[in-house]
Design a protein around this ligand. Structure first.
Ligand SMILES: Nc1ncnc2c1ncn2[C@@H]1O[C@H](COP(=O)(O)OP(=O)(O)OP(=O)(O)O)[C@@H](O)[C@H]1O
Ligand SMILES: [Mg+2]
Length: 373
């Protein structure tokens, strides 16, 4: 039986989709090590619980930053633990489809491939996050029609116009869910000298957070530490105070969408007006975000069903249909990373090779290394 899996390697959450089973793993991107022995103590939910409470002997790491690997060996170990959990000790190593943000560099792409291979993947494929998000949102990306998809995660917002399985124009910015949390934390510190942790900031965002004014404004009791006295402190936070700091951030995302629209070839603009903008990712669940983007772009905007899982489902669909995508739809153009690496390591990465091997990204939805066996 095949163990093939799709992985959404997110900054905040890692989700795994298993062929025929759906989402089988959905936990925070956190791992904890024993500092002395280097042994993995916990990963996922258990490791997240240790964040900020760990004793000196334990190191708790978030190995992904802005959608890319910031700590290679921790990512590899985390993936190894996850693979063990989802495929067990099966004799068959899984083929893996794994997502990368659209702005990712060659070095970062290689790092993801290396980590997935080293952690036990047989054949590893990469897919651009917005393409996976569109697949997972149920959009037929193989049509000639253009679709505008915006995936707002924890670390990055990926924006892309997709048509015939490929992104025509794309952009990726570092304003996303975690930026909203940081803004809330900074505001509380500035206004009230109140220090809170990431989890509290996230709770505020989900409970009374928003980016548009409403009539029935809620309040929330927030507890933390007074930065002057070091003592516990409690305040009553108004909805509007959160809106004041989150609205400008969402407007920056809307602005980036407008820039993408300006760059979009005119033949796709009518499709986008008709199809609207599709939002995916946890960040898109912020109250009022869809409405504010709609108001600013003038294009109808909706949050996809199951927005948090779209990318993972998309990677899963891609691995399930890897042969169909390749042969029937003829929309997956593969990229020979092995030759790129050879050239790179031989110091032979000249302009001609770059043209031949690397710089045709707009035509690609998946990458794989070429195996010669
Ligand atoms: N109901 C909600 N309201 C507002 N924000 C939410 C909600 N649920 C989740 N989020 C936020 O969504 C973000 C995580 O989304 P997601 O899982 O799509 O990110 P990721 O894939 O891990 O990150 P990235 O794609 O940037 O690497 C977090 O910032 C989280 O706080
Ligand atoms: Mg994501």
């Amino acid at each position: 039986m095949s163990n093939d899996i799709g992985i959404d390697l997110g900054t905040t959450t890692i989700m795994v989709y298993k062929k025929g089973k759906g989402i089988v793993y959905n936990e925070p991107s956190v791992i904890a090590f024993d500092k002395k022995t280097g042994e993995v103590i916990a990963f996922g939910n258990k490791a997240k619980e240790m964040l900020g409470r760990n004793p000196n002997t334990i190191e708790v790491i978030k190995p992904l930053e802005n959608g890319v690997i910031s700590n290679f060996s921790a990512t590899e170990q985390l993936l190894r633990c996850i693979l063990k959990k989802v495929v067990g000790n099966s004799l068959f190593s899984p083929n893996i489809m794994i997502c990368v943000p659209s702005r990712v560099t060659e070095v970062e792409k290689n790092a993801v491939m290396d980590a997935a291979e080293a952690s036990g993947g047989k054949r590893v494929y990469l897919i651009e996050e917005p393409v996976a998000a569109a697949l997972g949102a149920g959009i037929n990306i193989f049509q000639k029609q253009g679709h505008l998809i915006v995936d707002i995660g924890g670390g990055t917002t990926d924006i892309a116009v997709i048509s015939e399985g490929t992104s025509i124009v794309k952009s990726s910015i570092n304003i996303a869910g975690n930026t909203f949390d940081d803004a809330i934390k900074n505001m509380l510190f500035r206004r009230f000298k109140l220090q809170i942790g990431d989890t509290t900031a996230q709770k505020i965002k989900e409970k009374i957070g928003g980016c548009i004014s409403i009539e029935d404004e809620e309040t929330m009791v927030v507890s933390g530490k007074n930065s002057d006295t070091g003592f516990p402190m409690t305040i009553l936070l108004d909805y509007i105070e959160v809106v004041d700091i989150l609205e400008p951030l969402v407007l920056k995302i809307a602005n980036e969408i407008k820039i993408i629209l300006e760059k979009t070839p005119p033949e796709f603009l009518e499709d986008i007006e008709n199809n609207g903008i599709t939002l995916t990712g946890g960040g898109s669940l912020l109250y009022g975000l869809d409405k504010l983007i709609e108001k600013n772009t003038g294009i109808s905007t909706h949050v996809a069903e199951g927005a948090l899982a779209c990318v993972a489902i998309g990677t899963g669909k891609a691995i399930e249909n890897i042969h169909d995508i390749n042969f029937k739809e003829n929309a997956t153009r593969y990229f020979d990373m092995s030759s790129m690496r050879k050239n790179y390591f031989r110091g032979n990465n000249n302009e001609q090779n770059k043209k031949k091997n690397i710089w045709s990204f707009n035509e690609i939805i998946c990458w794989k290394r070429i195996w010669r066996n």
